[in-house]
Design a protein around this ligand. Sequence first.
Ligand code: SD4
Length: 325
Amino acid sequence: MRSRREILQYTGAALAALPFAKAFAQASKPEAKSPGGPIVVSTWNFGVQANDAAWKFLGHGGRALDAVIAGVAVPEADPKNQSVGLGGLPDRDGHVTLDACVMDENGNAGSVACVEHIVHVAALARKVMENTPHVMLVGEGALQFALANGFQKENLLTPESEKAWREWLKTAQYRPVANVENHDTIGMVALDAAGNLSGTCTTSGMAYKMRGRVGDSPLIGAGLFVDNEVGAATSTGLGEEVIKIVGSHLVVEQMRLGKSPEEACRIAVERIVKKHPQKREDLQVGFLALNKQGEHGAYCIQKGFQYAVRSDSVNALIDGKSHFA
Ligand code: SD4
């Protein structure tokens, strides 16, 4: 099996050698030729490593739901990743609060928001889906539920994240910039060999947010939506804008109308851009979609959003097309 570094070298060299459009076409081509699963896609460059973990299930006929939960567990447990799980940047008062949700092939959904002290919140959202009559638990109640279900209580604020927060406190200016250098959130959607779709989205949310702030990531329809008849979509970026257009649901509904994954993502992005026609450094949103045929695509507001794809024939990191150059 290739190491992560080898994969990045391989994909980096392949993409560097080609103009963007051609690289995108090449990377997408095998999916178009032999549609179907298994395939997994996820947001940002840390998606490459996460997809590897998901592939351990998908590549052996495993269920998409198991694959996505295992996949995102990698960045959740990585203390160096300051936007997901352990080591996530805190809110402006110094608390690390996590959001996550999950949907399976039967349309079941689970979600947790503003949870403290628990690393694997995507798995926790799955527990909410499978073991409660509810869809969403938040805050203290979500923590209690986690502890009652065997999750360990941990301090999620690493010395590095605490240092970054203390540095931020000197000016305390809230600028929600999300791009490849400082991205947040892993959204992952997968199609398994049985032809079933599932997805999850997990994040520490916007760094230095207000206490109690919840973004799009744990909201079914905003940060994630899965419809096993059609496809699945997830989002990253400024959650407030995604919530206001119920973004991932919009993407899936556009695929239902026959749009390709990329076109569906573009329509959702343009819904947001229409409200903010001027390019703004602090406004990034990216959507990522996978349809029932195993075709994938993404679109974002401004350059810088990348997504990772893994199937039998592809292991690549792809630049999402953007509205603004
Ligand atoms: C949020 N959408 O909390 C998340 C953050 C994110 O890239 O994805 N940033 O709003």
